[in-house]
Write a protein that binds this ligand. Structure first.
Ligand code: MRU
Length: 358
């Protein structure tokens, strides 16, 4: 992704490993501070996922893969049985950090399967490092292809509404729905983006930051302004990502996606989902998946940047501590016009097992 630093445009990835250290752009500091967070072991990597220093379905899957490689390095001195007990525990620890998105489950399973080819813990380390790098590379490539395949869905003059952050910050590079926006912009199309602020965690500030880096015309809107703009005719297409896509086309994505999909349906606006195939879950129905509930303080407190003091501050919004904070919802397939993956644009009626030849 492009990042403007001191007047220069630099190319950055969201997450990568160097030796034993995982480097990630710290998303809790954006858009006011661009800084890297470095984790030296799997515990710190898991903590960074819990604290949302890295977030977004594919990005946390890749971070967990790197975390397993860090764990293999840490435990390589153990005898084989003990080594595997530790690795299984670490895998479970990652899966518990953020339970809803399927990418992490798919990537952790792939890491363990690859590592099990090794005869010794030492061989395992090399396999784990290589496999995690491959997973990261494949995600970057897949997201680039989503953008290339989907870019013609955006036409000159369009208003494009997007939710949460589906950019390079939610993946290794390029993004999912935001990759489509990025590549449409590279075609010199003239369009604008309405980015929902996405209460409570405000991922819209990340979307706005990424669009600013690319000079893409955009406006941040309050979540509850979306219907107003749809009805007014200012939205020609809605583009979102997904944390999990079931075989029947139902998706689980950031809370509020369902609301936007019903509004888009009511206003006859195409509602398009973009995700790599690692976000597809052919085995489970969306209704059977645990919906993550996060800290209630995300609702009752607000974190903001004090420009005068050049620091982040937390303020309390409510006198009550009673709140509810589910962070994903389920959007039924009937509201989804298209699903864009790295390989194809899938149209309804959805039967992804068949449509993906699985
Ligand atoms: O809670 P988050 O910020 O990890 O949720 C991210 C989303 O819901 C995205 O829309 C999703 O991961 C798909 S695009 C990377």
């Amino acid at each position: 992704m492009k990042v403007k630093i001191d007047g220069k445009t630099v190319s950055y990835r969201n997450v990568w490993i160097e030796g034993e250290t995982v480097n990630m752009i710290d998303q809790t500091r954006l858009p006011f501070e661009f800084r890297m967070h470095k984790t030296k072991n799997y515990r710190e990597t898991a903590e960074a996922i819990r604290r949302m220093q890295i977030r977004g379905a594919p990005a946390i899957g890749v971070a967990a893969s790197y975390g397993l490689a860090q764990a293999a390095l840490e435990f390589e001195g153990l005898e084989t049985k003990k080594f595997w007990e530790q690795m299984e525990d670490v895998a479970q620890e990652f899966l518990n950090t953020r339970p809803t998105a399927v990418d992490m489950h798919n990537m952790v399973a792939r890491m363990l399967m690859a590592m099990k080819r090794a005869e010794t813990p030492q061989q395992c380390v090399e396999i784990a490092l290589n496999e995690s790098q491959r997973i990261a590379e494949e995600n970057a490539e897949a997201c680039k292809n989503i953008g290339l395949l989907g870019r013609n869905l955006i036409k000159d003059g369009d208003g494009v509404l997007t939710h949460c952050n589906t950019g390079a910050l939610g993946t290794v590079d390029y993004g999912t729905a935001l990759s489509i926006i990025r590549f449409a912009h590279y075609q010199n199309k003239d369009f604008y983006v309405l980015a929902t602020e996405t209460r409570p965690w405000l991922q819209g500030r990340l979307t706005s930051w990424e669009l600013t880096q690319e000079d893409i015309k955009h406006y941040v809107i309050a979540d509850n302004a979306a219907g107003y703009y749809m009805k007014k005719g200012d939205v020609r297409i809605v583009l979102v990502g997904a944390d999990r896509i079931s075989s029947n086309g139902d998706i689980i994505n950031k809370i509020g996606t369902y609301t936007l999909a019903t509004l888009a349906h009511e206003n006859k606006i195409p509602f398009v989902v973009a995700a790599p195939t690692t976000s597809i879950d052919l085995n489970q129905k969306a209704k059977d998946i645990i919906i993550e509930e996060r800290d209630l303080k995300e609702i009752t407190y607000l974190k903001g940047y004090n420009e005068e003091k050049k620091e982040f501050q937390i303020i309390k919004l409510y006198s009550t501590d009673q709140a509810k904070n589910p962070i994903f919802d389920i959007t039924p397939a009937k509201y989804i016009s298209k699903i864009v993956t790295e390989n194809q644009i899938i149209e309804p009626p959805y039967n992804l097992k068949k449509q993906l030849n699985k």
